[in-house]
Design a protein around this ligand. Structure first.
Ligand code: MOS
Length: 704
């Protein structure tokens, strides 16, 4: 019944929901209408540590439209003592209103619910809360290393091979440098928003998240519900970057919907997101490299410190990012945490790799300078045959191909290696490069593909399209597996009733979902007899990839990339402008070049933003973030961004049915180091602390 068509995977395809998005027909979580909708507004603490002494709810309950005020005296109890879907207990920060403790500035202390959002906000702002304040400590710095301890996050905390001190002592060249990166916030365009309601004994939540199975599972645990009685939907998502998991807004909405027995919507404000949405911890890193005079590494040490809250451990595994990159006889990596009175940090695009690559790839550039070797040549000399620490074979490793292609297109061969010698009027010019890598993984997922009686196909996969183009990519994948053009395929995503599937996270979403879709589609295609009648209800085949993924051999599985940047630095004002940027990636088979380029360029732009602009400054007096909004926290805007080009080399994953590796995160990896290395080349000054602000450039002191 199907006719062979030219493959869709690998051809540019505009977003299948693009028209809906640009015409406004696509509705985001806070825009979907509900009858009898009530609005909740979160009240956040104004102290960073202590106990709630009193909430003056009387006056607020008399205000127009106010329906209830939920707080620790009257909120339903939740169960926060379980092992969550990610294998660890949930962050107690989502067990809202369970006791009087305040553990960070901006901690949720109450929810005011009213008939309108405006009434809820006015009442929430009028609610007087008094506290028994306790001294707090939010002072993160490298000096906190003494009280830090290693934790296994999604990578082991500590891995050590060989005698580090001995190898450093016998090295001809040693680089020993400290790097820091600041607290950074995700700032997705769409704020977190959820509406909860009870419908026929089921809890329904319409939300903006990165995985509805995940959020539904955590809500079922928190509220002690049968997982089958929780449904979470998330149709369109305006960015997530790691911040859109289980958060205060969904829990607050469920609490209020339970008490009021009507739909309740809770939306975070941009300011609230600075304490409720997670963030990337600041890091303090030390890298020591020991090498022979020809640049061959003998010792590699990468230590990283990050902060976490007083109630939950989260490690930003920056040192772990070094484990697959370069070999050395002695290879020590450790990521540690220190507990402070701050919100719990969380995953943010390339957690670990983004800040870790800044330190490691800057240190490599310093080593190249000290050895008098071209930075690309230095990396070629240290290319490992197998995993440097694991000893496992690489599934594929095309880092060198990325550097070769990137160097050719960027014009690297013409580069004068001396710093501070190129000028364009008042501007000092420089170029820099850095390597990128990110793990390539797949996680078990289920999918259903239905052959409809009208000759079309419906794919049901609980994917999340957080702006990545996943819905479109899966349409192309399904079309090829079914052997039909894309206009005969419709893909349904973002609904926990579709069955369990991987979240949009860890750069594993599209690969994991495509695997499940391909498995179901291929089986369906084989089972359909040519010309056979399809019954009105269609013919459905379901898949579950758990077994196939479980059978994958242990290997080092990564994407790689080479980042190149050219910068201009004005020594009179300290201004740094990126003039052009090129990233060449080896990141598996590219499903949709259009959205893939979008995704990679987006990551690189965020890398420029990380290098030059982004910095959340925590006020030691109040414990909160200064200027917690998009005016105070500058994210790179159009005027900051030059021509950015991303492309790729052929690198199909040999163990994936479609050849995919995943491209969600690698674009940001190494990008900040390439910019910082270019700033050194322009000025002769190493900047080891991000962001490279004008004041730091003016002081011509990268260690300030
Ligand atoms: Mo990403 S930080 O895995 O959403």
């Amino acid at each position: 019944m199907t006719t062979a068509t030219k493959g869709s995977v690998g051809t540019a395809h505009t977003r299948v929901e693009g028209r809906d998005k640009v015409t406004g027909a696509a509705r985001y979580a806070a825009e979907i209408p509900f009858a009898e909708l009530a609005h909740g507004w979160l009240v956040l603490s104004t102290v960073a540590r202590g106990r709630i002494r009193a909430l003056d709810t009387e006056a607020v309950l008399r205000m127009p439209g106010v329906l209830t005020v939920l707080h620790h005296h009257n909120a339903p109890r939740v169960d926060n003592d379980y092992v969550g879907l990610l294998g660890v207990p949930p962050d107690p920060s989502v067990a809202l209103f369970q006791n009087d403790r305040v553990v960070h500035m901006g901690w949720p202390v109450a929810l005011v619910v009213a008939e309108t959002s405006e009434q809820a906000r006015e009442a929430a702002e009028a609610l007087v809360v008094t506290y028994d304040q306790e001294p707090h400590d939010v002072a993160f710095s490298a000096e906190r290393q003494a009280e830090a301890y290693p934790v296994d996050g999604h990578a082991p905390g500590v891995m050590e091979k060989g005698d580090l001190e001995a190898r450093l002592a016998s090295s001809a060249v040693v680089v020993d440098a400290q790097y820091t990166t600041p607290e950074e916030h995700h700032n997705p365009m769409e704020p977190h928003a959820a509406t909860a309601l009870w419908e026929g004994g089921r809890l329904e939540v319409v939300d903006s998240n990165q995985g509805t199975s995940w959020v539904a599972g955590e809500l079922a645990n928190l509220f002690s519900l049968d997982p089958a009685s929780v449904r979470v939907r998330s149709e369109h998502v305006g960015g997530g970057f790691g911040s859109k998991g289980v958060r205060a807004h969904q829990v607050a909405a469920v609490l209020a919907a339970t008490v009021l027995q009507r739909p309740v919507r809770v939306v975070m404000t941009r300011r609230q997101m600075f304490s409720l949405a997670g963030y990337r911890s600041p890091t303090a890193q030390r890298v020591r490299l020991g090498a022979d005079a020809d640049g061959r590494l003998r010792a590699l040490e990468h230590q990283s410190l990050n902060m976490t809250s007083s109630v939950h451990e989260f490690v930003e595994p920056s040192a772990a990012a070094s484990r697959a990159m370069y070999d050395a006889d002695a290879h020590h990596t450790a990521s540690r945490i220190v507990r402070l009175d701050v919100p719990t940090p969380t995953w943010m695009r390339a957690p670990g790799e983004a800040p870790g690559s800044f330190a490691l790839e800057s240190a490599l550039d310093e080593l190249a300078e000290r050895c008098g070797i071209d930075p690309i040549e230095l990396r070629l000399r240290n290319e490992p045959a197998v995993g440097p620490v694991s000893g496992l074979p690489f599934s594929s490793r095309n880092l060198i191909a990325c550097f070769r292609e990137g160097a050719r297109r960027f014009g690297w061969a013409d580069r004068d290696p001396r710093p501070g010698v190129r000028r364009d009027g008042r501007w000092l010019l420089g170029t820099g490069t850095a390597a990128a890598s990110f793990p390539a993984g797949a996680m078990p997922s289920t999918a259903a593909v239905t052959a409809e009686a009208d000759g079309t196909f419906t794919v049901g996969i609980n994917a999340a399209d957080i702006g990545t183009g996943a819905r479109t990519a899966l349409t192309l994948v399904a079309a090829d597996a079914l052997g039909v053009p894309t206009d005969r395929v419709r893909v349904r995503i973002g609904d926990s009733d579709l069955g369990p599937a991987m979240i949009a996270g860890g750069s594993t979403g599209t690969r994991s979902w495509a695997w499940a879709v391909t498995a179901a589609a291929e089986e369906l295609r084989q089972s359909l007899a040519p010309g056979a009648d399809i019954p009105p209800e269609g013919i459905t085949v379901r898949s579950n990839t758990a077994e196939a993924i479980g059978a994958l051999a242990q290997k080092e599985r990564h994407s790689f990339g080479a980042q190149f940047a050219e910068v201009a630095v004005d020594p009179a004002t300290g201004e740094v402008r990126v003039r052009r940027m090129l990233g060449i990636f080896a990141a598996g088979r590219i499903v949709n070049p259009l959205t893939a380029r979008n995704q990679l360029v987006g990551g690189m732009i965020w890398g420029i933003s990380m290098a030059l602009h982004e910095e959340a400054v925590r006020d030691r007096a109040t414990g909160g973030v200064y200027g917690a909004d998009l005016a105070g926290y500058h994210v790179a805007a159009h005027a900051d961004i030059p021509h950015v080009e991303a492309d790729w080399v052929d690198d199909p994953d040999p163990d994936d049915p479609v050849g995919i590796k995943g491209i969600g995160e690698i674009g940001i990896v190494g990008a900040a180091a390439a910019v910082a290395n270019a700033v050194w080349h322009a000025t002769g000054v190493r900047h080891r602390h991000l962001p490279i602000r004008p004041d730091r450039v003016l002081m011509a002191d990268g260690d300030a």
